[in-house]
Structure formats: C-alpha cells, structure tokens
Design a protein around this ligand. Structure first.
Ligand SMILES: NC(=O)c1ccc[n+]([C@@H]2O[C@H](COP(=O)([O-])OP(=O)(O)OC[C@H]3O[C@@H](n4cnc5c(N)ncnc54)[C@H](O)[C@@H]3O)[C@@H](O)[C@H]2O)c1
Length: 401
C-alpha cells in the first residue's frame, strides 16, 4: 500500500449536486490525495445517505447550509445549469473557492456576475471538466503546444452522438435552462479548440438544427470559428445521431446508452414521452435507485472521448488524430502512434488545477474568465444561428501559463 505524501495538504471539498455527472468524478476524488470530500448538498436524500456512507462528512439539503460549513474550503458545483450562477455567487460570498461544471452559466451576464463575486471575495473561480482535460485530448494539446509539428493551421471536430436520446430531465431539453447540445456539448469542442489555438477567437458563424419534435431544443450545430490570427476551426455536432462517431473509430467501444437511446427515441417519436427515461436518469445518479432493467446501465468509459467527436489537427509539418492507443501523427516519415496513458481519468486534471490554484499558487487555465470566454462562444453560436450572420467576440482571453 502506498503511504500518503505528508507534503500534500488536500483541499477540503464540498459537493453541490450529486447527480449523474458526479459519479465518475467522485470515483476519482475518492482515490485522489489532492482532495478530501468533507460535505455534500442535494435535494435528494438517497444521494446524501450514499455520500455519508461512502465518504462520511456533513450533508445538507440546502446549498446555503453547505456554504456556511467551516469545514468546506471549496465547492464543486454540479447542479442543473440554471443554478450554476446562483450557487457559485452564494459560495463565493461565503468565502468558498468555486469549481463549476460546464456550461458555466446561462448567459455571459451571469458568468460576469460569477467572476465579479469571486473577485470581490478573493476566491478562485474555475470552470471545467471538459474534454480538454481528458486523454487523449490533453496529450493532443501538449503535442501541438510543443511546436514539434510547427504552427497549427486548422482544427476540425466531427461528433455524431445520441445525446438527445439519453435519459434527460426537462431542464436538459429546454433552452431556457441551458439545455440542448449547444449549451451542454459544444463547450467540450470549443474548449479543446480554444486551448489548442491559444484562446483568442475572433468570430463565430454557425447554424443550429432543432428537428426532433419531442426535444424542442437544438440537437445539431455546424460552427465555423476563426482565431485572431486567422486560424480556422470547423465543428460539427449531431446529437440526434442514428450513427455515432464511435462507429468510425472501431477501438472506441460502445457509445453510451446505445440500446436505451434507441428505445427512448422511438418512444418519444411515437408518444411524445418516454416512460423509461426518468427511472434511467435516477439510476445513473450517485446513490440513485438501482435500475429495474439492466439496459439502464451508465455509459462505459473509454480513452476515446466520443462526445467530443473525431478531432483532426493540421500543422505545418503534420496532421494529428485519435488512435487506438492515443494519437496518430502523420508527417514526412509516414504514420506513427503515440501512446497516451489513460490514467488521467475523468476529472483528475481538474483536481490538479484546483490543487495547483489553492495550494501551489498556480493560475488555473480554466479560471472564471476562461469559462466566460468559452460561454461567449456558445452564446454566439446561438446568436449567429438566429441572426444568420457572423458574430464578433469581445471577451476572449489567452491561455495562461
Ligand atoms: N463535464 C461533463 O462531461 C458533464 C457530463 C454530464 C453533465 N455535466 C454537467 O453537470 C451538471 C449536472 O448534470 P447531471 O446530468 O448530473 O444532472 P442530474 O439531474 O443528474 O444532477 C443534478 C443534481 O443536482 C441536484 N439539485 C438540483 N437542484 C438542486 C438544488 N437547488 N440544490 C441542491 N441540489 C440540487 C439534483 O437533485 C441532482 O442530484 C450539469 O451542469 C451538466 O451540464 C457535465
């Protein structure tokens, strides 16, 4: 058994929201020496009971009470999107450092309120857990940043998923509460592209698609991004996919909720609602009721980050894309494969960013201003689609460090 490192002083973290998104992260947190889980808040008693049983610590039904807990040094916000801003402002005003799940908020104005609240209280605000911090995207980012292949000239991302037909709550499929693939999925692609290109996007031209009646929210987006230096990026995301991008990368394993998603699609089309999805969503949450049907199992994890899609980066001296073991690099010598460790499981790099910011004085890449800039792109995608024109960006910031 490895001994704890006495020089590490773990960050005392309180979880706000113990839903489906936190299941993989809690697994990583439980093993991480950088984090100590000391409290949780959720409206659902079953998740709070499961938290007490697994981690000990204080549990609360009200976020206000968690924010008043002196044991809590920082909070991880994973409540539905419409609560990200109010919960982050509450925590910042209580003097807690804040990490918030993507999407940061429902508007640039809300994101600005969060940044202002954190600055006024002198606490760190971070917004992350996107594909940019997971293998093999993190390795792709490091390879491009190393300059080995010269300047990056273009980056294209192509995702086909069944996002619209995974088990969903009403707020996940309503634009007013940050639902649909533009709010929920584009932050992954946009974050990867912004980090790769240095952060400073110039403009957005986009079109969105909303073509499944029972999910009245964008499930498709086609986006053209241009960086300040002229570097282009094309993003395509189809969350209504019958076909998924996993199919063209045969090593990727199953796409999440393949069979259940097919049933939910058919039920929604035929009757306008799905009797299965409420139970399936609950069973995917931390401490949620076990599913009555085995098909409601949560997604399998894979080194291939399918929701971000197939990503191809073109540089002066080569092209890079995902491979079975990590990345393929194509250059003057042909094709070679770079192995990427899958150790950095979902959320691990975010925990390192939190620890770095709070214990080592290391500025996080995914700070509040970065999150605001990524959200600005997401909002511009929707504005561009509505107004059918290019939107110029005003809140972009460079990658720090
Ligand atoms: N980074 C990723 O890859 C990723 C993946 C999935 C979801 N997410 C994000 O995580 C967040 C949650 O998504 P989810 O799928 O876990 O949803 P969910 O509905 O499963 O979980 C939300 C949890 O918040 C709790 N909650 C709701 N209102 C609350 C309140 N006022 N006070 C306290 N608790 C409250 C609910 O009871 C539930 O347990 C969303 O912002 C989503 O965008 C991120």
């Amino acid at each position: 058994m490895t001994q704890p490192d006495p020089t590490i002083k773990p960050v005392r973290l309180g979880m706000i929201g113990l839903g489906a998104a936190t299941v993989p992260v809690l697994r990583v947190m439980a093993r991480s020496p950088l984090i100590q889980l000391v409290a949780a808040a959720d409206l659902r008693p079953q998740s709070l009971a499961a938290f007490r049983e697994q981690f000990g610590g204080n549990t609360y039904e009200r976020v206000e009470d968690l924010c008043a807990d002196p044991e809590v040094e920082a909070v991880w916000i994973a409540t539905p999107n419409q609560f990200h801003c109010p919960h982050a402002v509450l925590a910042a005003k209580a003097g807690k450092h804040v990490f918030v799940e993507k999407p940061m908020a429902l508007s640039v104005e809300e994101a600005q309120q969060m940044v202002d609240a954190a600055e006024a209280s002198g606490v760190q605000l971070m917004c992350g857990r996107t594909a940019a911090t997971r293998p093999p995207m993190a390795a792709l980012i490091n390879l491009v940043a190393s300059g080995q292949l010269g300047k990056m000239r273009a980056v294209n991302a192509f995702a086909y998923t069944n996002w619209a037909f995974r088990p969903r709550m009403p707020q996940e499929v309503s634009l007013a509460t940050g639902g649909g693939i533009v709010f929920r999925q584009l932050p992954h692609q946009v974050d990867v592209v912004r980090v790769l290109g240095g952060g400073m996007l110039r403009s957005v031209r986009a079109q969105t698609g909303d073509w499944f009646k029972a999910r009245a929210v964008p499930g498709y987006a086609a986006v053209f991004l241009e960086f300040e230096d002229g570097t282009p990026s094309l993003l395509a995301y189809n969350g209504y996919g019958y076909f998924t991008a996993w199919d063209i990368l045969p090593w990727a394993g199953d796409s999440p909720y393949e069979q259940l998603g097919t049933r939910i699609r058919r039920q929604l089309r035929e009757t306008g609602s799905s009797p299965e999805e409420g139970e399936a969503k609950e069973s995917a949450r931390f401490g949620g009721a076990p599913p009555s049907q085995p098909a409601a199992r949560p997604p399998t994890s894979s080194a291939y980050q399918g929701d971000v899609g197939v990503i191809v980066v073109s540089c002066d001296l080569g092209d890079i894309r995902q491979s079975p073991k990590g990345l393929y690099v194509y250059d003057d010598d042909g094709r070679r494969e770079i192995e990427v460790s899958n150790e950095q499981a979902d959320g691990a790099t975010d925990l390192e960013e939190i620890y770095g910011a709070l214990r080592l004085g290391k500025p996080p890449v995914h700070d509040g201003r970065w999150g605001l800039a990524t959200l600005e792109v997401v909002m511009a995608v929707m504005q561009s689609a509505r107004e059918r024109r290019e939107i110029m960006l005003q809140h972009q910031c460079p990658v720090r460090g």
